[in-house]
Design a protein. Structure first.
Length: 746
């Protein structure tokens, strides 16, 4: 946060008057002036050039330093899975491998929240006090922290803890999941226990203690899905603490209930094992396994012994409580999703209520659902419809709102038999919130007359398709070696999934390398991406262009058409040390599909002269590419996250783009539309030694519930460089008089 004005104490004034030189008095006056001028509020009538970045950045953006100036020499973590921005851009969560400010303790990573106020950005720690980690924690990769998504305004989030944050006796020895609803408020925070139990729980084996993992939550966080291998409720059964038998639970307004219960028609009783989607314990795909309002839950009963099913799949069910007062004990609302239907060729057989499939739901892999949970997309090797005659995985759409017997549709119908084989579905990479757009990858051609070439497998070309209201269009072909990264089926890689879809499904952003047929652009042979040598590029597909036929363009390719010499990415992860992945996927495209953000080591504009990574913006309407970082720093800059409308584009850099940035550490900046915060005074008096000491900071008493104050007094430094102006007018000052600041304020 920018330095706030404050009155000098009488003691400070007397200290200056008793023996301080006129030079020291001048320095003190400069400090007081900085305190008032440096409030961070944009000045009235600001024009281009008033703030760093104005006149250089697009859309009247300006650079605002977000992370605090004094971080004890720590770097902000460059990891998009560890950075979450509020939808409106006025808050951002980030992490560091070193504690600073009001951080209570450092557990591999220290996590922070920065809020934009009228006076500037203010940072406070959000990691609660925890016991130190032991060697077993490090060996098995356990790290307390926030792993799931936050609420859109970043006020709510789920914290995985090693030591208890409440006094619940039954789980005092266990590792637990907590809901914090005041993340935007500085201080120790208040926590609600999510993973409570009806009976006392042991700590478990010392070398590998069981961990509850969050899977999904309703929009208001009144419903939270999580998995645990423990038997937390009286009706939970199965092998206690077995990693192969997770149980899916739902926390509802303070009550824990078992979510994975089979319908009575399937034998009744609780499921011995259940999971959300492909499983939360391994950070697999659990997106939208609970509806926005929390009334619908989609769960999988794993089939670990089935020959046609891998560990990520099983029988799919929907629990529908919408419009009812049913509870977890009311099994009448459990509906089989992956059941076979015989209505494709004989619709008359589905009049009335057809008999259920005697085999029950078949083996299937969950991929996505609509936001209301009414539509579920999954793959299965079973022949679930009469028009499915192959044993390869097919993509299905299940619609709760369709008449019984007509709910299942096979999406991946092969309309190009000339390729000689049915197309194997590799996985889904995105879907709209309404469920009317679904993007998926297939190992063959599904569109009649489309290019065939070498298809399928790691050595061939797989293809991206989009399904919209019964029609399939091809997006383009991608390298077969990229399919695991795009679909996220390789477990921990789920968190670095390199594709994004806008909420309405109209636009898809993805990364690809070595597939020149996408746009005909030469991706070169000097890079390394997923084991290949071609350079990765960022592509954007508009499904609404060309009267619904779609259009694919390369956002990160050199506008001059030169051969690629460096990778472009939407998910940079550098210098993360032992920090773990989360399930968060950063926002790289605006909700309306207008702006795409990425990082590239390629010089895409003449102003990019530093031969290293920089943050960029691509406008899909004007087809213009713009720099968000300076393009002149010898150190790389990385795009991290954006607000939903793109007005705030956050990136990490070591470059001092603001006068408040006084060190060489990695900081977060916001390239903000119509932004700008008041800079320090243009000049400060030269002073040495004790003559340039700032006034003493007042003593602040802190209660346990309030923010821990972080005080840092910096000496006025000699100016070692003259201030110089570049054509983009960004400010770099290596010496300035700084004054006391509190709570991470600048």
């Amino acid at each position: 946060m920018r330095t706030q004005a404050k009155a000098l104490s009488a003691g400070s004034t007397r200290a200056v008057g008793n023996g301080r030189s006129l030079l020291g008095l001048a320095c003190l006056c400069a400090l007081v002036l900085a305190a008032f001028l440096g409030s961070g509020a944009p000045s009235a009538g600001a024009t281009a050039g008033d703030f760093p970045g104005h006149g250089f950045l697009p859309d009247n953006r300006a650079w605002e330093m977000v992370s605090p100036a004094d971080k004890n020499g720590a770097d902000v973590l460059v990891d998009t899975t560890q950075v979450r921005a509020a939808a409106d851009g006025n808050a951002i969560q980030f992490a560091s491998l070193q504690g600073f400010g009001d951080q209570h303790g450092n557990l591999i990573t220290a996590e922070y929240m920065a809020l934009r106020r009228p006076s500037g950005w203010n940072t406070h720690a959000i990691t609660p006090l925890q016991e130190p980690l032991n060697r077993f924690d490090a060996t098995f990769g356990f790290r307390p922290g926030y792993y799931g998504e936050f609420s859109p305004d970043l006020s709510k989030g789920l914290f995985l803890a090693k030591s208890p944050l409440t006094d619940a006796p039954n789980v005092a020895a266990a590792r637990n999941l907590y809901l914090r609803e005041d993340l935007r408020v500085p201080g120790a925070g208040s926590y609600r226990l999510i993973s409570d139990a009806t009976t006392p729980q042991s700590a478990g084996p010392v070398f590998n203690q069981p961990i509850p993992f969050d899977a999904a939550a309703s929009a208001d966080f009144r419903h939270v899905l999580f998995e645990s291998t423990r038997n937390l409720t009286d009706d939970a059964v199965g092998a206690e603490l077995s990693t192969s038998a997770p149980k899916l639970y739902e926390w509802v307004d303070g009550t824990v209930r078992l979510a994975g219960i089979l319908p009575a028609s399937e034998g009744g009783g609780p499921a011995p094992a259940s999971q959300a989607g492909q499983g939360a314990l391994g950070r697999f795909n659990t997106a939208r396994t609970i509806s926005t309002d929390g009334s619908r839950v989609i769960f999988t009963v794993p089939d670990n012994e089935g020959e046609s099913c891998d560990p990520f799949c099983g029988s799919l069910y929907l629990r529908d409580d919408q419009g009812t007062e049913s509870t977890a004990d009311d099994t009448t609302t459990r509906i089989g999703v992956s059941e076979r239907t015989n209505c494709a060729e004989a619709p008359d057989a589905c009049t009335g209520t057809p008999a259920p499939d005697p085999a029950g739901p078949r083996a299937a892999t969950y991929w996505r659902a609509s936001a209301d949970g009414a539509q579920v997309f999954f793959t299965s090797s079973e022949q679930l419809t009469d028009d499915d005659h192959n044993a390869l995985p097919d993509l299905y759409r299940w619609d709760l709102e369709a008449p019984v017997g007509h709910r299942l549709t096979r999406i991946s119908v092969d309309r190009e038999p000339a390729d000689g084989d049915a197309a194997e579905i590799i996985g889904v990479i995105g879907a709209s919130e309404e469920g009317d757009y679904i993007y998926f990858i297939a190992g063959g051609q599904l569109v009649e007359g489309g290019p065939i070439g070498s298809v399928g497998g790691l050595g061939g070309i797989n293809r991206i398709f989009v399904w919209h209201e019964g029609t399939i269009h091809e997006v383009g072909g991608i390298n077969g070696g990229e399919m695991d990264e795009l679909t996220g089926i390789q477990g921990w890689k789920t968190a670095t999934t390199i594709a994004r879809v806008t909420p309405n499904g109209s636009h898809l952003v993805f990364m690809s390398a070595g597939t020149s047929e996408l746009t005909g652009y030469d991706q070169g042979s000097t890079c390394e991406f997923l084991g290949g040598t071609a350079c990765s590029e960022v592509y954007v597909y508009d499904a609404t262009a060309n009267a619904g036929e779609g259009e694919l363009v390369c956002a990160s390719c050199n506008p001059g058409g030169q051969t690629a010499t460096a990778n472009a990415t939407i998910v940079p992860r550098f210098a993360q040390g032992t920090a773990g992945l989360t399930s968060h996927l950063n926002r790289t495209i605006t909700n309306d599909g207008r702006l795409v953000f990425f990082t590239s080591g390629e010089a895409l504009l003449p102003g990019d002269t530093n031969h290293t990574d920089d943050a960029y913006e691509y406008n899909t309407t004007t087809r213009a590419v713009n720099l968000l970082s300076s393009g002149t720093s010898p150190d790389p800059s990385f795009f991290l996250e954006a607000s939903s409308d793109g007005s705030d584009a956050f990136f990490a850099t070591r470059e001092r783009l603001s006068g408040w940035d006084v060190d060489e550490s990695t900081d977060i900046y916001d390239a903000r539309v119509d932004g700008g915060l008041t800079e320090p005074p243009l000049s400060s008096p030269t002073c040495d030694g004790e003559t340039c000491q700032p006034p003493s900071a007042p003593i602040v008493e802190v209660t346990p519930a309030s923010t821990v104050v972080f005080q840092s007094s910096q000496q006025c430094r000699k100016r070692d460089k003259h201030r110089h102006r570049r054509k983009h007018r960004h400010h770099r000052r290596s010496a300035r008089c700084a004054h006391d600041h509190h709570g991470g304020n600048r």
